[in-house]
Design a protein around this ligand. Structure first.
Ligand code: MCF
Ligand code: FE
Length: 409
């Protein structure tokens, strides 16, 4: 049993409570959290560690959307236009995947760890990242991806998918949870998507899908025109959208789904997303691929819970979650900076836990998992209201981190 004390504890509950001169007592789970003197008095047998002045204790951070298999990319892919990027991914997919060895996986995971990411949602396209995800100290939701627009090869696609699902299920544990990802409406035939959705329903596996990420996707699903037409013609002489956007969303009605991007979703579609599940917001990826900025006021007005994803190094230059938070902070001019900073901290903790179905990681309170990180601010915070903002501005690495009460940094 340990106690950590710090100048501030960010509880990350619904009220954004902050405990000044706080302490947290924990083993695998949180035993007590509150004012320093009381927690120490109530738990006389715990080993007490007083963190340095200007330290902050907060929940472990959650990156809800990352593609580790593309971690070798630095300059191989085309940026600045979503369709061209996609074309370059299709061209380089196998090369990038084959280059991605243990070293790249470990480096990518280590970068997340050092930045305080104690849980992540990994989209696995091929299964090459399985071992690295199973061996990582973090909690991993492992989304086995399925895609394919040609129903003639449906059986092969499903066979490969089933193999990967079965393999991943063998490693199910407290830290590793297999899940499913249907890639997108423009890449996945309804029969293939339905197969995966049924499996997710039957096995109660979490679902994720990319949705309304680019203008090309919007135009394609709405009218069968635009940049995707030429691209999809490479695979089918007479390509046609396989769904309307609404038809696609309706397929997910009965499974808890983490939608990714949604930057071009209409009000009605966002409403539907809010009812079915949650949304992962990947600012840097959206910017690099020249996709629009998500309207966070609209997201809020439709009661959509949003979390933060870095996406893969295929569309980001960093998996450090603080880099991502800074990008978001600087991008969203439509929001007041003080309240946005708080929203972002909630997005990367509580909302991440809700999105990945991690009921024991909702905030720092009794009986929740002891997934905790500590951060050292460079100086004293003049106003408690500004704590979230100062954290995002100044943090690059955490000082220490615990997963299920075990120290990993
Ligand atoms: O989220 C980004 C952009 N949108 C769609 N797909 C991906 C992203 N990052 C990686 N991908 C992968 C996706 O999982 O790229 C491939 C899929 O395997 C594109 S379809 C050949
Ligand atoms: Fe993605």
């Amino acid at each position: 049993m340990k106690i950590l004390t710090a100048d501030y504890i960010l509880v990350c509950d619904e009220d954004f409570s902050i405990i000044k001169d706080g302490a947290i007592c924990f083993d695998e789970k949180i035993i007590e959290i509150g004012k320093e003197d009381e927690v120490i008095k109530n738990n006389p047998y715990a080993v007490v560690k007083h963190l340095s002045k200007n330290s902050v204790i907060m929940p472990g951070l959650i990156n809800t959307h990352v593609h580790l298999e593309f971690s070798t990319n630095k300059t191989d892919l085309i940026y600045g236009d979503f369709t061209k990027w996609l074309e370059s991914v299709i061209k380089n997919r196998d090369i990038l995947k084959n280059k991605c060895n243990e070293y790249f996986y470990e480096t990518a995971i280590e970068q997340m760890l050092q930045s305080g990411v104690t849980a992540f949602g990994a989209i696995s396209s091929f299964g090459g990242d399985l071992e690295a995800c199973v061996d990582s100290p973090q909690k991993v939701i492992y989304f086995n991806e399925i895609l394919g627009s040609n129903p003639d090869v449906k059986n092969d696609i499903i066979k490969d998918f089933n193999n990967r699902i079965e393999k991943s299920i063998q490693f199910s544990s407290d830290l590793f949870t297999p899940a499913i990802s249907v890639h997108s409406a423009y890449s996945t035939h309804p029969e293939i998507a339905k197969y995966a959705i049924d499996m997710s329903k039957k096995n109660q596996m979490l679902m994720s899908t990319h949705f309304m990420e680019s203008m090309a996707e919007r135009e394609w699903l709405d009218s069968g025109k635009g940049d995707f037409y030429a691209l999809l013609k490479n695979f089918n002489p007479n390509p046609k959208p396989m769904y309307s956007a609404m038809e696609y969303l309706e397929m997910f009605e009965e499974v808890k789904t983490l939608f990714v991007h949604g930057v071009l979703a209409t009000k009605k579609e966002l409403e539907m997303i809010g009812q079915i599940g949650t949304l992962a917001h990947c600012f840097v990826s959206n910017r690099i691929l020249n996709n629009p900025l998500l309207d966070l006021n609209l997201v809020k007005s439709k009661n959509v819970i949003y979390s933060i994803g870095t996406d893969g190094l295929s569309s980001n230059n960093s998996l450090n979650i603080w880099d991502e938070l800074r990008a978001g902070l600087f991008a969203h001019f439509e929001k007041d900076v003080i309240s946005l900073a708080k929203d972002l901290i909630i997005a990367v903790t509580r909302n991440g836990a809700i999105s990945l179905g991690m009921k024991n990681n909702l905030c720092l309170k009794k009986n929740q998992s002891a997934d905790i990180v500590t951060v050292l601010l460079p100086d004293e915070v003049s106003d408690k209201e500004q704590l979230a903002l100062e954290l995002i501005l100044h943090t690059k690495k955490i000082k220490s981190g615990y997963i299920n009460g075990e120290r990993y940094i």
